[in-house]
Design a protein around this ligand. Sequence first.
Ligand SMILES: Cc1cc2nc3c(=O)[nH]c(=O)nc-3n(C[C@H](O)[C@H](O)[C@H](O)COP(=O)(O)OP(=O)(O)OC[C@H]3O[C@@H](n4cnc5c(N)ncnc54)[C@H](O)[C@@H]3O)c2cc1C
Length: 106
Amino acid sequence: MLPAVAEKLYLTVRNDMMDRLKKEEVDVHTSTKVLEITPTGVIAECNGEKVTLEGYDHIILALGSKPYVPFDTEGLAPEVYTVGDAVQARDAKWAIYEAYRVAQKI
Ligand SMILES: Cc1cc2nc3c(=O)[nH]c(=O)nc-3n(C[C@H](O)[C@H](O)[C@H](O)COP(=O)(O)OP(=O)(O)OC[C@H]3O[C@@H](n4cnc5c(N)ncnc54)[C@H](O)[C@@H]3O)c2cc1C
């Protein structure tokens, strides 16, 4: 759905990756939202238009994620802390940092 691929990736790593994608003639669809996965491919929306993408052997989902806390933490224990992706899906350093802060506190 983002307008560019791996924008936050370290520049030289990104350049190398983009070169390889180009060399392998990989089709890249930015600003494209998958609406439905069908037996033959994917129906998506790109710039307000519905597009059908077909001809794949595999579909791999590597999507953003939402935080999920299924427990009612109220009254669960005298002190309950939520850290990491359960608060907000980010990268591992945030989970480590928050867990460290809580560990120091308790
Ligand atoms: C495909 C992918 C690639 C990533 N790449 C990177 C990267 O390169 N660098 C980076 O820094 N971050 C990366 N991340 C993000 C990183 O993995 C997370 O930010 C980090 O793992 C969050 O740590 P966490 O402890 O909060 O959650 P998690 O690591 O998800 O740990 C939660 C644990 O709780 C367990 N669990 C869930 N429900 C229950 C239950 N009911 N009972 C018991 N256990 C349960 C799960 O099995 C899991 O082991 C990536 C994430 C994904 C999905």
